[in-house]
Design a binder for this molecule. Structure first.
Ligand code: PLP
Length: 334
């Protein structure tokens, strides 16, 4: 942290234009491209502003005022993306699972796609509801995916998407960095009023340095990409993640005490919500969990109960500690 490779400087102190940082940035991009097998006709951008800023940047870059765009509504983050896009273009909600409290991805044969949408937007993993897509939908228009909470958790066919974006803070690195992977042919037609740092073509031309990028977060992301490679790349990471998720869902499904609110076909490998038979037990469950070092298990108020977020950095031993505690709690309270 304090002395990068004998330079006597922290990466935090370096100019983003320095030779050292330019090399750090290029290596990180190359490793991400390798991990996700990003085709050459895609830009990989390292931006600021979080996924929420992309909710606006996407329509600003890809549409003209009033253009039709298709959005799937599978949970809280889809809803936020829809609301923001509505400021810039005409949003058609293709299908929504709001009526069943976001417990699934609506079946593809029920989607009401528009004839002339500029793109189809989805959230590949709804962080709050724990609803995850299993496959890329077939689409005549570019598919745009918010992968904030499941990027790098499993292999992805980048070529099936027009644009992938993700806030870094789950599987990539510290907050403050946002990764955008966008097909080159979709860039270069941003609206005139698009803020310059949000214009994909400008940022691509400037190697994501049209303004000062989040340099330290970018550096740390590069270290995480190396770590993911050491885990056997995305196939290796997926196997670890699948094993972690399986141990939780197997326990939940084998119990009459715990319940998963999500349809089994769409259960997330990253965020596992579960409820206890009576919400009055929640407080006691959480207190016992915290006493064992099992933190941040309280579910979002829209779902209730608990939510175990088991991102790439969470080891199987942590999940084993949780399942051990869940069995113990059920024995005592069930
Ligand atoms: C799926 C998803 N999309 C968007 C966001 C918003 O991200 P940010 O806070 O980086 O704007 C989050 C939150 O972390 C998220 O989980």
């Amino acid at each position: 942290m304090l002395d990068y490779q004998g330079s006597g400087m922290s990466v935090m102190e370096m100019s983003h234009r320095s030779a050292e940082f330019v090399e750090i940035a290029a290596h990180a991009e190359a490793d991400l491209r390798e991990l996700m097998q990003v085709p050459d006709d895609y830009h990989v951008l390292f931006l600021q502003g979080g996924a929420t800023t992309q909710f606006a940047a996407i329509p600003l870059n890809l549409t003209r005022p009033g253009d039709p765009v298709d959005y799937l509504d599978t949970g809280s983050w889809s809803k936020k993306a829809i609301k923001e896009a509505g400021k810039y273009c005409s949003v058609n909600v293709v299908a929504s699972s709001a009526d069943s409290n976001y417990d699934r991805v609506p079946a593809a044969d029920q989607w009401q796609l528009s004839a002339d949408a500029r793109y189809l937007h989805l959230c590949s993993n709804e962080t709050i509801g724990g609803v995850q897509f299993n496959q890329v939908p077939e689409s005549a228009v570019p598919v745009v995916a918010d992968m904030s909470s499941d990027i790098l958790s499993r292999p992805v066919d980048v070529s099936a998407y027009g644009l992938i974006y993700a806030g870094a803070q789950k599987n990539i690195g510290p907050a403050g960095l946002t990764v955008v992977i966008v097909r080159k042919e979709l860039c270069g037609r941003a609206r005139g009023e698009t803020p310059t740092p949000l214009d994909y073509a400008v940022q691509a031309e400037a190697d994501s340095m049209s303004n000062t990028p989040p340099t330290y977060a970018w550096y740390l992301a590069g270290l995480v990409f190396k770590w993911v490679k050491e885990q056997g790349g995305l196939a290796g990471i997926q196997a670890r993640n699948q094993a972690k998720a399986d141990s939780l869902y197997t326990l939940i499904d084998g119990s009459n005490f715990y319940h998963s609110p999500v349809e089994s076909a769409n259960r997330s490998m990253m965020n596992v919500p579960f409820t206890l038979p009576d919400a009055s037990l929640d407080k006691e469950f959480l207190a016992g969990a915290e006493a064992r070092g099992l933190m941040n298990l309280k579910g979002h108020r829209s779902v209730g109960g608990m939510r175990a977020s088991i991102y790439n950095a969470v080891p199987q031993t942590a999940v084993d500690a949780l399942t051990g505690y869940m069995r113990e709690f059920e024995r005592e309270r069930g």
